[in-house]
Design a protein around this ligand. Structure first.
Ligand code: UDX
Length: 438
């Protein structure tokens, strides 16, 4: 099929490449000319395993093009809307500027039978509003909402082999049938694998996305709340998570206690969801998300407290190494990164902070130019009074406590992700501390 992808950020660049991998003829549109140039040369503008290969293959096959001009979307049968919906400045609500600009730009190029497929995470009600605009300006086109659930670090695979497809379709039966058939055709290969499909209305499809992210955030904050209880009682949150995780109604995934969640999705999505619930007059229904957010932010403070504690009450003048800058491993994304937030708090308290990361240093330096950075854990930790593991990259999990102990000034490790073996580190003479563990 001929498809356009409007917005080539994380979601769009991956979606465009993945659609080309599925054999479609794809044009990716982005207003950022520099990004378009990179993508057109088959280069990924951010770190995402598998994306460079998918991009290069698509570009080389001639099935994947990029353009800064929205007019080049004309002629596509499906137009995937993949622009960002960041948190508004000074508010919890989502900023829909990019969504509105993309729709306005696309409207003159929509032909009869085209399907505008929303993938961006939007406040419930947005699809219906866009459908009204489309009905007024391009009455032969149809709007569908098809949220995306990809995880950074697994983005290409999550796009091609998702857990499920969700189609939010218009109420009018002929339009719904047309949109459903177009989506079935574009996703024919993964659908043939038996991936489940949920067909619903616009509002349900929009809500599925924020409900899923709210549930995941709640699960993480739940275990982090248990970590607070464990700290007060001397219990071990990792053993607790293992034990409750064996109940398959609960499950062990997303019960990783530690520094909590960050990134470009979970934090802003739960806030935008609360803001939208307020507008709808049902803010009480989501007041628990305020608590989820608060528990999550307390984890960052707790890490800083632990660093202070092991340094004898103050980090002023101490050298602190922070392992990790990305909000999670296998990503160079530093948006709302707990690691950098902790690093900055420690610096504000007078510590000499050195941050390292295998992929995210360039982005971290741009976002936090006042922090110091090092290329390797050994360089970051040289002469350090305390080391904080803030992002659980495989190379940090595999550090050898004996040889790594030779580079630091004092063997103090704070494991912010509960991924090191406390016994091994203690045996090598380290003071090992982790949130929620004795
Ligand atoms: C998330 C959703 O998983 C995805 O479905 C949605 O499309 C976008 O948002 P992503 O932001 O890539 O994806 O990250 P995810 O893997 O969900 O992790 C989010 C954060 O939670 C990270 O900071 C991670 O470190 C943290 N986390 C995750 C925990 O603190 N504990 C856990 O057990 C799991």
């Amino acid at each position: 099929m001929r498809v356009s992808v409007i917005g080539c950020g994380y979601l769009g660049a991956v979606h465009a490449s993945s659609m080309a991998l599925l054999g479609h003829d794809v044009v990716g549109i982005d207003t950022d000319a520099a990004k378009v140039e990179l993508l057109a040369a088959g280069e990924a503008p951010f770190f995402e395993p598998g994306l460079p290969e998918a991009l290069r293959e698509g570009v080389a096959s001639g099935r994947l093009r990029f353009s800064p001009n929205i007019a080049d979307a004309a002629g596509a049968q499906l137009h995937f809307l993949c622009v960002g919906t960041p948190q508004q400045r000074g508010s919890y609500a989502a900023d829909l500027t990019y969504v509105d600009a993309a729709v306005t730009g696309l409207l003159p190029h929509l032909a009869d039978g085209d399907v505008l497929v929303g993938k961006s995470t939007v406040p419930v009600g947005t699809a219906a509003r866009i459908a009204e605009q489309v009905a007024a300006r391009a009455p032969g086109a149809v709007v569908a909402w098809n949220p995306e659930f990809l995880r950074e670090g697994h983005a290409v695979n999550d796009t091609i082999h998702p857990d499920r497809f969700v189609y939010g379709l218009p109420a009018e039966p002929a339009a719904a049938d047309h949109a459903r058939a177009a989506l079935d055709e574009v996703y024919a290969t993964p659908l043939a694998e038996g991936i489940p499909k949920v067909v619903a209305d616009y509002a349900t499809a929009e809500l599925v996305k924020v409900a899923a992210n709210s549930f995941l955030a709640t699960k993480i904050s739940f275990i982090n709340a248990m970590a607070e209880l464990c700290e007060a009682t001397g219990a071990d949150v990792v053993a607790l998570a293992d034990a409750i995780g064996y109940d398959d109604r609960i499950g062990r995934k997303f019960l990783g206690a530690g520094l909590g969640f960050g990134g470009g999705c979970l934090p802003k999505d739960i806030r935008a969801f609360m803001a939208r619930a307020g507008e709808l007059g049902v803010d009480q229904a989501l007041s628990f998300l305020r608590e989820v957010d608060a528990i999550n932010m307390r984890r960052r403070v707790r890490m800083v407290d632990l660093a202070r504690e092991v340094c004898g009450g103050s980090v002023a003048g101490r050298t602190v190494a922070v392992l990790g800058a990305a909000f999670k491993p296998s990503s160079d994304d530093v948006r709302d990164s707990p690691a950098l937030n902790v690093a900055a708090q420690l610096q504000l308290q007078g510590a000499h902070v050195r941050v390292t990361d295998p992929a995210a240093i360039a982005n971290a330096e741009r976002a936090w130019p006042t922090l110091a950075f090092a290329a390797t854990p050994e360089e970051a930790a040289a002469g350090a009074d305390v080391v904080l593991l803030a992002t659980e990259w495989a190379q940090y999990r595999q550090l050898d406590p004996v040889t790594f102990g030779d580079v630091v000034a004092a063997r103090r490790m704070i494991d912010g992700r509960n991924v090191l073996d406390p016994a091994a580190w203690r045996a090598a003479g380290w003071t090992y501390r982790a949130a929620g563990r004795p």
